[in-house]
Design a protein around this ligand. Structure first.
Ligand SMILES: *Cc1c(COP(=O)(O)O)cnc(C)c1O
Length: 395
């Protein structure tokens, strides 16, 4: 019955926690680290909050149901979820990872996990041959992030999962950009879904959190062991805030994605915009594949202006978005990847990843799309004027 309901209905059903004692319509915030045991020998379901807490459980059950998985896990941040997932690997194991993976994931692979003997190869995951060639006898996981950050490259989840199964390895998918509203990696064959719930799931730039959903009992059991052992669990109040964020996820991300589509189309025809990266645009190289595995281009797009000076002029003349790192919030967030999310790459590495010095990333919020477009028109006019000034002064 539950699966025949629309996603927006399920979001509400899965997060509604009528309290049997009081009838409260919301899951109570169980701020308790420990739990009284009624029996000397037989302990109850809960004993200590690192191991389990009823508020966190409600969130973990909700995300598991929404992603269509066996069991969900809430962590103190997206990076805590991703790091704990990589602890499923052991010394001598190998991971195939996208070249343009999220910077924090790049950092733990290159600077932490290597010290413990966990190896990795970076590949262009949009190219299946490159993935296949990187697989070794000790490969344990193929890691996918689609669409990728900040150039929105699309990887074929079904094909990667098939390839992984043929080589007896797992597929992990970072589903932060799409959320289960638009993309369900487990249904496409993935084994584990990861989220920075700091982004769309929380949705209000007020929580740092991570979620993981296991597609099999085997991974679920092992991940539960690691979550409790490593202890990077999400706090109780933050668990409650995520349950609250989830309730409006569908309306928020759909409205933002509709606006993002319009804004991408607007930027695509502006003479001062060299390129727009958005999988909802027909000329995006991954558009067809994306439409096959996800139901929307999402709420994040990037666009390339001429150079750093143009990007600076644009940022200095917009009024509505905040200029900040992060994404997936009610307010639009404009960011400059070369100095923010991808500051750790040198210029050559950035160029290779397609991150030009004029690239800006926009996470579209809930402002009216017409207001945003008008704001961007004004900022682009300033970019244009500034270019004329430079040309003239160069005469
Ligand atoms: C933000 C982000 C992360 C890291 O999550 P935190 O909550 O910041 O730890 C991982 N993957 C993607 C795609 C992200 O955008």
């Amino acid at each position: 019955m539950n699966n025949s309901l629309h996603f927006s209905t399920r979001l509400i059903k899965e997060t509604l926690g009528v309290d049997p004692q009081t009838g409260a319509a919301n899951v109570p915030v169980y701020l308790s680290s420990t739990f009284h045991q009624k029996d000397f020998d037989q302990f109850g379901k809960y004993d200590y909050t690192r191991s389990g807490n009823p508020t966190r459980d409600a969130l973990e059950e909700a995300i598991a149901a929404l992603e269509g998985g066996k069991r969900g896990f809430a962590f103190a941040s997206g990076m805590a979820a991703i790091s704990t997932a990589f602890l499923l690997l052991s010394a001598g194991d190998h991971a195939v990872v996208p070249k343009n993976v999220y910077g924090g994931t790049f950092r733990i692979l290159t600077q932490v996990l290597g010290r413990f003997g966990i190896e990795h190869t970076f590949v262009d995951t949009t190219n299946l041959d490159e993935i296949e060639q990187a697989i070794r006898p000790n490969t344990k996981v193929i890691y996918v992030e689609t669409p990728s950050n900040p150039t929105l490259c699309v990887t074929d989840i079904r094909a990667v999962a098939k390839l992984a199964k043929a080589h007896r390895c797992w597929t992990f998918v970072d589903n932060t950009f799409m959320t289960p509203v638009f993309q369900k990696p487990l249904e496409l064959g993935a084994d584990l879904v990861l989220h920075s719930a700091t982004k769309f799931i929380s949705g209000h730039s007020d929580v740092v959190a991570g979620l993981a959903v296991a597609g099999s009992e085997e991974i679920a059991d092992r991940l539960y062991f690691l979550q409790n052992a490593f202890g990077a669990v999400l706090g109780v109040q933050d668990s409650w805030l995520l349950l609250r964020g989830l309730k409006t996820l569908d309306v928020r991300i759909r409205k933002s994605a509709d606006s993002a589509q319009r804004i991408a189309e607007f930027f695509a025809v502006q003479p001062d915009v060299h390129q727009v990266f958005y999988p909802g645009l027909a000329d995006h190289p991954g558009a067809e594949l994306h439409a096959d595995q996800a139901s929307s281009g999402g709420a994040v797009l990037s666009f390339e202006l001429e150079n750093e000076a143009s990007a600076r002029a644009f940022v200095n003349h917009v009024h509505l978005p905040v200029f900040a790192v992060s994404l997936g919030a009610v307010e639009s967030i404009l960011s400059y990847p070369p100095k923010m999310s991808h500051a750790e790459l040198n210029e050559e590495e950035r160029e290779q990843a397609g991150i030009g010095s004029g690239l800006l990333r926009l996470s579209v919020g809930l402002e009216d799309a017409d207001d945003l477009i008008r704001d961007f028109e004004g900022a682009l006019a300033n970019v244009h004027d500034q270019k004329l000034v430079i040309v003239r002064s160069g005469d």
